[in-house]
Design a protein around this ligand. Structure first.
Ligand code: SF4
Length: 316
């Protein structure tokens, strides 16, 4: 299909197919930004950008998956392997709650020593002690628990929800193309299994998010231009996904601000810690007021939301 026909489809709000998406990569960046904003503004107030006050807690670094891009994991026999204690986890959540935070993202390696009762006990304790939303455990961890317990994903998810799990994050998706997954994370679950776990979660009424890691097959590495193009085309293509986050964590705060003009309506979380990225020396934390300032200086009104994207505080 010629390019101008694709642009007309976007302007009319029509759904695009994969060929249309490939054609969009030949468009210039500012045209893509304009179209992405058109799509975004059909869902959202263009003057507002949201964010969540959250905390990543890497409860264990022991992992058997051994992704090639990961500097965080340790093998089960490593003396540097750890599992956080309740005291360590509760101290981190207390700090989150004291700072007005609402979301806990517990994510670790696929640790074969942790049975399902480790997670159900932990979630019950968290829910009885703190008013937080548990947005935790990626699909590879759910798969790991199901395999360890020799049971189904449904049984695992049901038990976790009964213990307090509120929603599943989209980690472990990287890019859902097995050709690339086989290079960067050959030990991880494949695209079909990731999709199956999220589909089963949806059938049980569990909301999920999805992450996309791109550019790992690029030579040379992806640039800011690649990031903005990928973001804008994602917003244009993914017309059934209302909320798209700007990637300040990996792209930097300045590009994070620019993302709000290329299809992102949300800046994600302030994070508080990210043990997976820390070894790469990427700056991983913002305070709520710094996040609000970044958004304000991009010309938008900063609004703190909860995990369900309900607004809880507007920053003046
Ligand atoms: S990215 Fe996650 S699954 Fe992969 S090795 Fe690191 S901790 Fe394990």
């Amino acid at each position: 299909m010629e390019k101008s026909a694709v642009l007309r489809k976007v302007e009319k709000g029509e759904r695009l197919d994969v060929r249309d998406g490939v054609a969009l990569f030949s468009e210039d960046l500012l045209t893509l930004g304009r179209l992405a904003e058109l799509r975004k503004n059909a869902w959202h107030d263009s003057k507002v950008a949201t964010f969540v006050v959250d905390r990543n807690i890497s409860y264990t670094n022991v992992c058997t998956v051994r992704c090639r891009f990961c500097a965080f994991y340790r093998s089960p026999r490593s003396p540097e392997g750890y599992v956080l204690s309740w005291d360590e986890i509760s101290e981190k959540i207390q700090a989150l709650v004291d700072g007005g935070g609402t979301q806990v993202l517990l994510q670790g390696g696929v640790n074969p020593a942790l049975s399902i009762s480790f997670y159900t006990d932990l979630f019950r304790r968290i829910k009885s002690a703190f008013p937080v939303h548990i947005h935790s455990l990626s699909a590879p961890e759910i798969d790991g628990i199901a395999r360890l317990e020799k049971t189904t994903v449904e049984v695992v998810l049901q038990a976790l929800v009964e213990a307090g799990l509120d929603s599943l994050p989209g980690g472990g998706a990287e890019i859902l193309v097995d050709r690339v997954r086989n290079i960067i994370s050959p030990g991880k679950i494949g695209s079909d299994r990731w999709l199956e776990i999220h589909e089963k979660a949806h059938r049980l009424g569990i909301s999920t998010t999805a992450t996309m890691m791109y550019g790992s097959a690029h030579i040379p590495p992806a640039t800011g231009m690649d990031y903005l193009k990928t973001l804008a085309i994602s917003r244009i293509m993914l017309d059934n996904i209302p909320n798209i986050q700007g990637g300040w964590l990996t792209e930097g705060e300045k590009l994070g601000q620019v993302s709000l003009f290329f299809g992102a309506n949300d800046m994600g979380g302030v994070i508080s810690e990210d043990k997976v990225l820390e070894p790469t020396r990427i700056v991983c934390t913002l305070t709520p007021s710094l996040m609000a300032d970044l958004i304000r200086r991009a010309g938008k009104t900063p609004v703190q939301r909860n995990t369900r994207y309900e607004r809880i505080k507007t920053f003046s």
